[in-house]
Design a protein around this ligand. Structure first.
Ligand SMILES: [Zn+2]
Ligand SMILES: [Zn+2]
Length: 144
């Protein structure tokens, strides 16, 4: 398979489908961010368990959580349904901590660093049609 690199302005792509490694949907229609269903996961840190919601627009580093987080904290993220860990073996090249991943349709993946304050992230898209359906739709851009 050929790999191409695209530079995409923040907020241009919305993650519309995303699952844990076991296939549970992490898209949370009950929690909206920028007017769209957020990506909701379980967060564990210092013995506390809570929920964490990510803005579904790729590149917008916006999250809400009921656990107190400080810059430099490394959170453990799990599927809120089956409790599978979202951690992957790959390390963040900047922080040397294990990244976490959200599975996208047809083998795509969104990876990000779980260290609060690190913005290292990567998007792998296999099904261009499904993921880019909104790419040209200006009305879908989040209101900042
Ligand atoms: Zn799951
Ligand atoms: Zn990092």
């Amino acid at each position: 398979m050929e790999e191409i690199t695209l530079r995409i302005p923040s907020g241009k792509i919305r993650i519309k489908e995303g699952t844990c490694p076991h296939g549970c949907s992490l898209i949370d229609k009950k929690k909206l961010m920028s007017g769209q269903p957020a990506i909701s996961v379980e967060v564990r840190l210092r013995g506390e368990t809570g929920s964490m919601h990510f803005n579904p627009y790729y590149g917008i580093f916006d999250y809400e959580t009921d656990v107190e987080l400080h810059p430099g904290d490394v959170v453990d993220l799990y599927c809120p349904h089956c409790k599978a860990a979202l951690t992957v073996p790959d390390l963040c090249g900047m922080c040397q901590v294990h990244m976490f991943a959200i599975q996208l349709p047809d083998g795509g993946e969104m990876r990000a660093c779980p260290l609060i304050g690190c913005r290292n992230h990567k998007l792998t898209i296999i099904d261009l049609d499904a993921q880019f359906a909104e790419f040209y739709d200006e009305e879908c851009r989040p209101k900042m």
